[in-house]
Design a protein around this ligand. Sequence first.
Ligand code: SAM
Length: 262
Amino acid sequence: MLSYQHAYHAGNLADVHKHSALAWALDYLVRKDKPLCYIETHAGRGLYDLASSAAQKTGEAAKGVQRDGLLTAFAPAHPYVRAIINTRHEGAALYPGSPVIATSILRPMDTLHLAELHPQEVEHLRAAVGERARVYQQDGYALANRLCPPTPRRGLLMIDPSFETPREYLEVPRFLAKMHRKWPVGVLMLWYPLLAQAAHTQMLAALTSAFPAGLRHEVRFAAAAAGHGLIGSGLFFVNPPYQIEHELARLAEVFAALDSLA
Ligand SMILES: C[S@@+](CC[C@H](N)C(=O)[O-])C[C@H]1O[C@@H](n2cnc3c(N)ncnc32)[C@H](O)[C@@H]1O
């Protein structure tokens, strides 16, 4: 179907939640002097122009990463803040998507595999990451299935679907279970939306039953505009990086303080 375009939503509060947790996780993993593999099933275009008509139309970034005081709620050395500042050097209104956050944190010894189906997004993605990552214009679930268990064995699989069909909510738990069987040591990180109609409930029940030790983290926020369905952001980790729960608790505080910001 591919009607979803992340350019309308880049830099929104869900991106702040997902991207700051991802940046922290990758920054934690690179502390060990051993190569790792990063695989992303739904990469998007890598770089987003928050001054574009798409971003301006929804105003989601203005209520998200561009909100006064939001970034200063993070420590200045936080890897998410560093990735944003690096990107702004390329263009003041540019915002890094997850692939660019990953390329900014991972080392030359690490391997990156990025899947994106949309032809236009793939073209932008190739331009954004250059030679640093292997980009595949194919179904991300099939790519991960083919690559896992990857070489090197350490690493993180990021799954950030657009959930365009209700079926995807049912398939994601089966996909995670399969990836965990194939790659028991891999960190699996799933993002899901909290929508007014709570479409994710059944998916979460299946995930928590398949992964009783999985780590779930959710934040809630006001819809960016009247009638917008997105009212929160969820993450589910299998094999979460050590001590990420402390980082997620700090992140919850950032979101809890949002109402006091402009
Ligand atoms: C939520 S966006 C990705 C955002 C990106 N992960 C980020 O945080 O910067 C989802 C992307 O997945 C793409 N997509 C949808 N179904 C896909 C599939 N089965 N395989 C690969 N890409 C897919 C869409 O074109 C869209 O660009």
